[in-house]
Design a protein around this ligand. Structure first.
Ligand SMILES: Cc1cc2nc3c(=O)[nH]c(=O)nc-3n(C[C@H](O)[C@H](O)[C@H](O)COP(=O)(O)OP(=O)(O)OC[C@H]3O[C@@H](n4cnc5c(N)ncnc54)[C@H](O)[C@@H]3O)c2cc1C
Length: 211
């Protein structure tokens, strides 16, 4: 997975405009006027499907209808839980190769890409551009940095949070999973039970010497 922050609205001109207008400058006011655009590549279709459930965002995703999928066997996204089990890894790789073979065969038989893609797996990689406001990102991080979120979208959320903290360190200091934002976990019996460890992680994430 590769995640780049390709464009954003910085807080400085917003603060100046709010000050000039004699308007209140709270973090909440600022966050709703800031927007961040990320270019994400090498994300599985399983993960982009979860991402686009977040409605308060704009998306542009690579088409499987018009763009032929190439190099599936090399670029399929393999979950670590499969990669670390040799026998599971063999099954996974075999299935991906078979999927790629049949996909190409169908296209060779004249089936259009938009229909041949029905044999592609959730592991197929995709590229997507996403734009969210600062407020929408806080909500996204609240849900997707959580240990209960699936590992791939959690990694994506962590990377996006680091990029936001690099450009707006103070505004995103309180962003992270909801247990970090609120100080407690709301998941009840479904809690990961590691709230203190999670809070310690998000106190530090992105504020290292590389920032
Ligand atoms: C751990 C986890 C497990 C999940 N499991 C499942 C699952 O099994 N099945 C499944 O289908 N989904 C599942 N989801 C997806 C989940 O149901 C949401 O679709 C997704 O997290 C987006 O959240 P959201 O709607 O709050 O965000 P957004 O769509 O970004 O919306 C943000 C907020 O804006 C408001 N809002 C947005 N649109 C509207 C609207 N039209 N009307 C009223 N208010 C609106 C709501 O307050 C909403 O919380 C899961 C998510 C997580 C994090």
């Amino acid at each position: 997975m590769e995640v780049k922050l390709i464009s954003y609205v910085p807080s400085k001109p917003i603060i100046e405009a709010l000050e000039a207008g004699g308007l209140s400058i709270s973090p909440e006011e600022l966050l709703k006027h800031l927007s961040f655009t990320f270019a994400i590549s090498g994300l599985s279709r399983a993960c982009t499907h979860q991402l686009v459930r977040h409605r308060l965002a704009s998306y542009s995703q690579q088409s499987q209808r018009y763009v032929r999928v190439e190099r599936l066997a090399d670029e399929a996204v393999e979950p670590p839980s499969i990669a670390c089990r040799p026998e599971a890894d063999v099954f996974f790789r075999g299935f991906i190769r078979a999927s790629e073979y049949i996909y190409n065969k169908l296209i060779g038989l004249g089936v259009p890409e938009e229909d041949a893609r029905f044999v592609l797996p959730n592991a197929a990689p995709s590229n997507i551009i996403v734009t969210m406001t600062g407020s929408a990102l806080y909500h996204f991080f609240g849900l997707r940095c959580c240990n209960r979120a699936q590992h791939e979208i959690r990694e994506l959320a962590d990377r996006m949070l680091v990029l936001c903290r690099r450009v707006e360190p103070e505004l995103f200091r309180k962003a992270g999973p909801y247990c970090f934002q609120k100080g407690y976990c709301e998941e009840g019996p479904l809690s990961c039970g590691r709230v203190e460890e999670v809070k310690a992680k998000y106190e530090r994430l992105g504020y290292g010497p590389d920032v």
